[in-house]
Write a protein that binds this ligand. Sequence first.
Ligand code: ATP
Ligand code: MG
Ligand code: FE
Length: 351
Amino acid sequence: MLVLGIESSCDETGVALYRSCADGGGTLLAHALHSQVAMHEAYGGVVPELASRDHIRRISPLLRKALDDSGCALAEIGAVAYTQGPGLAGALLVGAAFAEALAAALGVPTVPLHHLEGHLLSPLLSRTPPRFPFVALLVSGGHTQLMRVDGVGRYSLLGETLDDAAGEAFDKTAKLLGLGYPGGPALAALAVEGRADVFKLPRPMLHSGDFDFSFSGLKTAVLTRVRELGGAVALSEQQRADLAHAFQAAIVEVLVKKSAAALRAAGLRQLVVAGGVGANRELRRQLDERAARGRFAVFYPEFEFCTDNGAMIALAGALRLQAGSEAKVAGSFAVRPRWPLADLLLSERPA
Ligand code: ATP
Ligand code: MG
Ligand code: FE
């Protein structure tokens, strides 16, 4: 079956076509993406109303491009998967309305999805995918979770952040250092120029004995150092780089050690990293090093599938359908801007 996937929860419009096979496999045929990062840059963050309007402008041409690239016709689409939430209400509405209207016109069902399920399953798009069961470290702009994944729709929470998400911590710290938006990649680039052990920062909750995280104190620790040095404008380029290095080292160490501990506790040997922070090279380097010592394997989505994209939504929709779940009659819909992850979890679902 040909599944169309649509992502519009924040500032990326993503459209993709995934062909699933009866044997459970499948192929990503095409994916088209437009990032609004440049548009929001001037405002230092995502402006919701601008985001919605831009999704409207982009979504139809992106579908055209995905169809052209794949050589498929509109009429071949057998189901339309889209992000129902969580995210910006107006942005979600664009993708949901487009998906439901198109599916109704084609006479095919829809698959409304939780955005995080897309991130969670995105490593299955790689050339060398993991096999169930695995532990997933989900590190995005809005989430930081360690989950056990036993199959499609079979997720259990092992631990999560009690305050800021990892990506949020990167972005807020980058802002403190006077870097642009979005700050994560900029901070990571600057950290390369920084020296180790110039600034000592805490490793929050490293020894808490559970798999939870807390990153807001780390950001505050950076703020304190910046103030001691006379404020962001007074910092030398080297000091900013050293602070970026210290911040990244602290957050990466906590993520790596907790992930390894979660794997051990779960008795599993495969770790999957998903979400935008999964693009961080230092995180990947240290995870790979730890994996070699701990004899476990780490799987990453391709860089382009780390941040928001339509491919992960098309895949998640196809897998959901293969697993026999909930295709919906196209037409009426509601978006879920706030959609607790708990709704996705095994223990919260009826057996
Ligand atoms: P969510 O999926 O939780 O709703 P989101 O969609 O905004 O949040 P993603 O698109 O998965 O999150 O990831 C974006 C985040 O990843 C941003 O916080 C960004 O700073 C961070 N990020 C991207 N690349 C890097 C990098 N190389 N190093 C650190 N952080 C990064
Ligand atoms: Mg984004
Ligand atoms: Fe996301």
